[in-house]
Design a protein around this ligand. Structure first.
Ligand SMILES: [Fe+2]
Length: 380
């Protein structure tokens, strides 16, 4: 029942995986894009089905993998309402709860590090276990988050920590969003009495101290990270439709990336087989490309892996032609292209997929993709 704590050394960030033993449903807090493979492997190894991916705030020092986890696992995304993450499926307010199996996570709005920052409180549904508090960058071990982000406010941070967090039971376990000294967890009682930023300090003293400490440099690429995180971690070049004939981009673990226009040209010239790796449901309800072969990578509902993928993809390449794999927005197809490459096939990934990435209103179809490029498709 303990949270699983996962670490990203490059940014010093912690990600937490919470699960319900009875149903194997899980929730992940603050996943990091460069750790996507590790997190997927962890879910698979533990036999967990991801229900939610949630953020404590819009980070400025790493990029979330939320959008990719949604695409690859069928999880839903949730983010604090005050963080302008327009792509999150659920906007969270103070007191809201998220359920995974028989477990409940509660939202505590704790502005200060950013105006929208939240902490999450989990009281495991098992006797005798203390509350588990995920503090993001609001409260760290012997420290607290910076307040020099655009919406940061040292006075509000002091109020959040002292009136919302330090009023929780002293044995509540504190799981921070970062640590740079190898520390992993603390408790409300310990932080209340020994955190050098806070213990025995008035609000005014705290503000003076925090403002003096923030003379240290801000994380590199802060603005880029904030922008990407306000789109659940989607890459910033996704809005640019790729020109026709764009040269193949080399890629790791498969033949390369091509634009939808190049994929279409290759199909028409008989140079490649187009393979649609989306679910049967997406083909049925969203639309399909005449002439593309259907080999699902995962199937809805539940996004269970297609156990026949290897045989079906080999059959698609039976005449020795290269394959161009595509999905909704180009995430699943990368995983599928890597697998096809492991099987000895020549597999490309089509960038942007059928529908492209979601826009600021979480609508697809306006930011790249096969349909936006005006290429042929049909709907049942
Ligand atoms: Fe942060």
């Amino acid at each position: 029942m303990s949270p699983i704590q996962l670490f990203d050394p490059a940014s010093g960030s912690y990600t937490y995986l919470l699960s319900d033993p009875a149903t194997r449903e899980a929730l992940i807090i603050d996943p990091v894009d460069s750790q996507l493979e590790r997190d997927l492997t962890t879910l698979e190894r533990l036999g967990l089905r991801l229900r939610w991916t949630v953020e404590t705030h819009a980070h400025d020092d790493h990029i979330t993998s939320a959008a990719r986890l949604v695409e690859l696992t069928g999880a839903h995304s949730a983010a604090p309402a005050g963080c302008a993450v327009g792509t999150a499926a659920v906007q969270l307010h103070d007191g809201d709860t998220l359920a995974f199996g028989g477990q409940t996570l509660r939202v505590l709005h704790t502005p200060g590090h950013t105006a929208g920052s939240v902490c999450y409180l989990w009281q495991p549904a098992a006797p005798g276990l203390p509350a588990q508090l995920f503090t993001g960058d609001t409260l760290l071990i012997g420290d607290c988050g910076r307040t020099d982000l655009p919406s940061g406010d040292a006075g509000r941070l002091y109020d959040s920590i002292t009136t919302r967090l330090f009023t929780l039971p002293a044995d509540s376990v504190v799981w921070p969003g970062h640590d740079y000294q190898g520390q992993t967890r603390s408790s409300i009682g310990v932080e209340q009495h020994s955190n050098p930023r806070l213990a025995g300090r008035s609000r005014e003293e705290f503000i003076r101290l925090i403002e003096a400490l923030q003379q240290t440099p801000a994380p590199p690429r802060r603005a880029d990270a904030l922008l990407a995180n306000q789109r659940s971690g989607l890459r910033q070049d996704a809005g640019t439709a790729l020109p026709p004939g764009q040269p193949v981009r080399p890629a790791l673990g498969y033949a390369g990336d091509v634009s939808p226009c190049t994929a279409h040209a290759w199909m028409r010239a008989g140079r490649a087989v187009l393979v649609d790796v989306r679910t049967d449901a997406e083909r049925e309800w969203v639309g399909f490309v005449p002439g593309a072969v259907a080999v699902a990578w995962k199937q809805w509902p539940g996004m269970a892996p297609n156990g026949d993928f290897d045989d079906q993809i080999r059959a698609a390449a039976a005449d020795g032609q290269p394959l161009v794999l595509w999905c909704r927005s180009g995430v699943r197809s990368v995983a599928a292209a890597r697998r096809a490459t492991e099987l000895g096939l020549t597999a490309y990934n089509m960038l942007e997929g059928f529908e492209g990435d979601p826009d600021q209103q979480a609508q697809r179809g306006h930011l790249g993709g096969w349909r936006q490029a005006g290429l042929p498709w049909r709907q049942n």
